[in-house]
Design a protein around this ligand. Structure first.
Ligand SMILES: [Cu+2]
Length: 180
């Protein structure tokens, strides 16, 4: 499953990561196999300026199926679902609506995430079968102001020059037939 090519690509991604990981909201794992089940952790590295983070809202890209958030002590979860244009089957059931947005909100100021600290917000989802880059928009709400992490480059996957890029997840073609 872990081919040399995948490993080389992962190393490449890791090197890229070192350059940008000090800032922004990024996935801790930015490469995954298309069609696999994936745990994504969004690392929040800073607040809005000096302001503490009070909520994180993640938009699930199209084709991410059955997304589930990881609960967080002191943070209230809410989920938005939408009707699907293309229903799919999961565990023998036809799924007609799916999670499109996950929101974590701090219950009170004791749980705010200060600019001086970092934290991770995780979800689990079934990834699309098609390889290629996917951009995950994240809204960061703070005690004052918000950061809208939704910028996407015109082409390619470099976020250089973007002030508030969306989080990138690159899907690699899976050699083996998907089993589930
Ligand atoms: Cu940043």
């Amino acid at each position: 499953m872990f081919s040399a090519r995948l490993f080389a690509k992962m190393l490449g991604g890791y090197v890229l990561c070192i350059g940008i990981s000090h800032a922004h909201i990024v996935l801790t794992d930015q490469l995954a196999l298309a069609g696999s089940y994936y745990k994504g952790s969004l690392r929040v590295g800073h607040g809005c300026g000096d302001e503490s983070t009070t909520a994180i809202v993640v938009k699930m890209p199209a084709g991410f199926e059955g997304a589930k958030p990881q609960p967080k002590f002191g943070w209230t979860l809410s989920i938005k679902k939408e009707l699907l244009s293309k229903p799919y089957k999961s565990h023998g059931k036809t799924i007609t609506d799916d999670v499109v947005e996950i929101r974590w909100e701090a219950n009170n100021k004791d749980f705010y995430l200060p600019n001086e600290q970092f934290d991770e917000f995780s979800f689990f989802a079934h990834l699309p079968a098609k390889s290629g880059p996917h951009w995950i928009s994240v809204r960061q709400e703070c005690t004052k102001g918000i950061n809208d992490w939704s910028e996407v480059p015109a082409s390619g996957t470099s976020t250089k020059g973007l002030k508030t890029p969306a989080a990138l997840l690159e899907l690699l073609p899976s050699q083996e037939h998907h089993q589930h």
